[in-house]
Design a protein around this ligand. Structure first.
Ligand code: ADP
Length: 216
């Protein structure tokens, strides 16, 4: 479903990615590991179309998205891609339910249907009792599960996560790791996850080690 060909990216004349190629199939679970500064987040941002490469091709189902306009890319991301970050980036003034619904509203989805879907996700994530709580009233693990539900609300084909458990204690991190694999099983989503956790990385179908801007 996703193919990257010879991705190159520099910042300030320093080549951060030096020709990365990879292929990801539908439903695959990919982990990306490597030392700090190796280029993992840069690669994730480029694969997920948040950032553009200097050269190279990113194709989803054989369509090169690098050439898309900003508007077309924003629509593509909203429809097909879910994101989970290290810091959940939930809006503090909105409830868990409202936060989860936001990406659907951006895509003009109807409110009733979206809320029903969000409640389903909250149930899967064992958070039904927290639907109307604001992020400040939730634990770190609960906040991150709300962020996972938000990533899934538009039924994305692929979910990207950048250090999703980096800010959680060991027990919550382990729960979150298990949750990702449960979701893959239940929903068949493709996951690409940057992590410092060896245990999590080794649970993946494929592990890519990034070293000095290339796949080691
Ligand atoms: P990792 O995720 O493996 O820790 P990153 O992809 O975040 O590594 O960063 C790789 C290198 O690229 C680092 O040296 C970082 O300082 C640099 N870099 C990343 N993003 C930017 C940016 N927006 N501007 C300048 N340099 C950047």
């Amino acid at each position: 479903m996703l193919e990257a060909q010879n991705i190159v990216k520099s910042y300030n004349n320093i080549q951060v990615l030096r020709g990365i190629s990879l292929q990801v199939s539908q439903g695959e679970f990919i982990s990306i590991v490597g030392a700090s500064g190796a280029g993992k987040s840069t690669l994730l941002h480029i694969l997920s179309t948040i950032d553009k490469p200097d050269s190279g091709i990113i194709s989803y189902h054989s369509e090169n998205v690098v050439t898309y306009s900003a508007k077309k890319l924003a629509e593509f991301r909203n429809k097909h891609i879910g994101f989970v970050f290290q810091f959940h980036n939930l809006f503090p003034e909105f409830s868990a339910l409202e936060n989860i619904c936001i990406p659907a509203y951006i895509g003009n989805a109807p409110q009733k249907q979206t809320e029903a879907k969000a409640m389903e996700l909250l149930e899967i994530l064992k958070l039904t009792h927290r639907a109307h709580h604001k992020p400040g009233q939730l634990s770190g693990g609960e906040q991150q599960r709300v962020a996972v539900a938000r990533a899934l609300i538009n039924n994305p084909k692929i979910v990207y996560a950048d250090e999703p458990s980096g800010n959680l204690d060991a027990a919550n991190a382990e729960d979150l790791h298990r949750l990702f694999f449960d979701l893959r099983k239940q929903m068949g989503q493709t996951f690409i996850v940057v992590t410092h956790s060896d245990t999590f990385a080794n649970m993946a179908d494929k592990k890519y080690v990034i070293k000095e801007g290339i796949i080691a």
